[in-house]
Design a binder for this molecule. Sequence first.
Ligand SMILES: Cc1cc2nc3c(=O)[nH]c(=O)nc-3n(C[C@H](O)[C@H](O)[C@H](O)COP(=O)(O)OP(=O)(O)OC[C@H]3O[C@@H](n4cnc5c(N)ncnc54)[C@H](O)[C@@H]3O)c2cc1C
Length: 292
Amino acid sequence: MKILYDEPMAGHTTMRVGGPADRLITVSAEEELLEILKQAEAEGVPHVVIGNGSNLLVSDEGYRGWIITTAGGLTDIRTEGEHDGEVLIRAESGATLAAVAKFARDCALTGLEFAAGIPGTVGGGVVMNAGAYGGECKDVIQSVRVIRATGERGTLTNEELHFGYRTSALKRSGEIVSAAVFSLRRGDQEVIEARMEELAVRRREKQPLSYPSAGSTWKRPEGLFAARLIEEAGCKGLAVRDAQISEKHAGFLINKGKATAADICALMCEVERRVFENSGIRLEREVLLLGF
Ligand SMILES: Cc1cc2nc3c(=O)[nH]c(=O)nc-3n(C[C@H](O)[C@H](O)[C@H](O)COP(=O)(O)OP(=O)(O)OC[C@H]3O[C@@H](n4cnc5c(N)ncnc54)[C@H](O)[C@@H]3O)c2cc1C
């Protein structure tokens, strides 16, 4: 277990903003995760488990408590057998979705191509039901191993996770993911590789990947596109100091260098106000706020 004190979260989020966490704790075994959660509960210390910080905006003041991360620590990925034509892969929660997708490709298993370009971990992916290009975690997760607030360990099936658009039962229950089992099918390795490459090209063409961001800042309102509503409200390129609505993709709020969380919040509020004024639609945030 690695513990950093007063650690600036800007270095641990893809938005590259965020003040210090009292402690940033990286766990590298399920036992460590369990132990640190028990300790935080027993001492009454506020705590949160994160992955790659790719869907997070941490406040400039940081977080008074312990941020526990599985990224870079709990990263084991292995096959778990086969039945009824389904091949199971078990990945620990801190493994990146990209690493699991590549592992699947190397085993000639299809189903995870959509996830190769999502910069989150298995834990964050399951909690958020991350998805892209017609696929989402819901389609490939067989079960998830969790740790409850009581310190008990358990397993939740796909049905018990009640996946929805960018949400799951875990977002509400606060249970912690220690590992997930993916159910995939045998496929043609070249076809899998080609699909992954095709999606990577689409991302590079459409998304402002050279700037820090948290991906899509807002959820897609039913039957609509957030980016289009933002463009129609005249917000493409709109900026608050170094926080800007990307000129390339209006659904992305980017950090052009020295943006603060306050700049980003001010810009999000202004975009939401203008979109509502223009279309009557209230944008719902996909990005999650921590330490506000
Ligand atoms: C360039 C870019 C592109 C993106 N593209 C997509 C995309 O195509 N599709 C998509 O869905 N998302 C996309 N995202 C957003 C993001 O990558 C996903 O939401 C991802 O699933 C978040 O994973 P994470 O590990 O970074 O989670 P974090 O941001 O670290 O955390 C997200 C939430 O999950 C919780 N959490 C994390 N790990 C655990 C755990 N082990 N147990 C319990 N709770 C946990 C956290 O507390 C938090 O509430 C993109 C982001 C960027 C920067």
